[in-house]
Design a binder for this molecule. Structure first.
Ligand SMILES: Cc1cc2nc3c(=O)[nH]c(=O)nc-3n(C[C@H](O)[C@H](O)[C@H](O)COP(=O)(O)OP(=O)(O)OC[C@H]3O[C@@H](n4cnc5c(N)ncnc54)[C@H](O)[C@@H]3O)c2cc1C
Length: 292
């Protein structure tokens, strides 16, 4: 019996990943799994680990660039109902890893629960956002996470509290573990006010970022005490191009993709930007996007 058999949701082979990401570019996954529940996911993670097969979770692919030759392992999507649950209990919210971040932020802020308004304009799932502590000038998701349930490569589930999750600037201690769910602590607030705040942040984001274009958000992290976008802009790189990839005119830290773009165009352009910023300012830029 092959190690991939026996799952309720059959594992697909040779699946194009491009359309599953915001960039809509990149190659295929050798396998794609959409587990029906946590025990199926746990079994898959254990089997992949035993077989030495690489495994990655894909949320909305809003922070991922899949290379043109694809991913030679199992890609897992947590888009089945078991991972899409949201339970609101007063000011506490337990939310599944596959829940859409922006939709949840909008719903809760429109219901007068405050704390996730800062996620307006940030595409993704709860799992992807918690893993990298998504956020920006208006706040980060880690600010409202109390604890997370995580699954490790041996199939062990643990609950980690905020201290152990060690949220920092676009980072946490989660590493290669799978986020199953997160417990959020929000504040009951004036409904009109939280709603206004969400819409205000959304408007600020759409004015300053190319939200409707194909990208994976900011390509580079901000270096300590500086803005990666400002350095790229000052280096005169807005509008620079490699094949179908172009540095956004709206926000210099975004590389947008034309329909003709290849993942290699984006990667080459990112390399060119890093080289120019190093040469002009002596600053080393670190990638924020995850390249598979
Ligand atoms: C237009 C645009 C604007 C953006 N603006 C911002 C912004 O303002 N601030 C910001 O922080 N980000 C921003 N981003 C980036 C992106 O929205 C965030 O990184 C978001 O958290 C990605 O979530 P995702 O579910 O799509 O993760 P994916 O892109 O699918 O995955 C990202 C990483 O997280 C891992 N991952 C995903 N789900 C899980 C899980 N359940 N358990 C463990 N690991 C997991 C993946 O394996 C991968 O390593 C922007 C992106 C775009 C396209």
């Amino acid at each position: 019996m092959d190690w991939l058999s026996g799952f309720a949701n059959p594992i697909e082979r040779d699946v194009p990943l491009g359309d599953l990401t915001w960039y809509r570019i990149g190659g295929r996954a050798r396998y794609l799994s959409r587990p029906d529940n946590e025990s199926e996911l746990e079994r898959l993670v254990r089997r992949a680990s035993e077989q030495g097969v690489d495994l990655k979770i894909l949320g909305r692919g809003a922070n991922v660039l899949v290379r043109d030759n694809g991913f030679n392992g199992v890609v897992v999507r947590l888009d089945t109902p078991a991972f899409q649950r949201t339970e609101v209990n007063g000011e506490r919210v337990r939310v599944g890893a596959g829940v859409d971040l922006m939709r949840l932020a909008k719903r809760l802020s429109h219901d007068g629960l405050s704390g996730l308004e800062c996620m307006a304009g940030i595409p993704g799932t709860i799992g992807g956002a918690v893993r990298m502590n998504a956020g920006g000038q208006f706040g980060c998701i880690g600010d409202v996470v109390e604890r997370c349930r995580l699954l490790d490569a041996n199939g062990v589930i643990e609950t980690w509290s905020k201290d152990r999750l060690a949220f920092g600037y676009r980072i946490s201690a989660i590493g290669d573990r799978v986020v199953l769910s997160a417990d959020l602590r929000l504040r009951r607030s004036d409904r009109a006010e939280t709603r206004r705040r969400f819409e205000e942040i959304f408007a600020a984001k759409t004015a300053s970022q190319p939200i409707s274009e194909r990208s994976a958000g900011c390509v580079f992290k901000n270096p300590p005490g500086a803005s990666a976008g400002a350095l790229i802009d000052a280096a005169g790189l807005k509008g620079s191009r490699c094949g179908g990839a172009v540095v956004s005119q709206r926000h210099a830290n975004f590389i947008c993709a034309d329909p003709s773009a290849k993942a290699s165009d984006v990667e080459r352009l990112a390399g060119m930007i890093a080289k120019r910023v190093r040469a002009e300012y002596g600053t080393e830029l670190e990638l924020e996007i995850d390249i598979w």
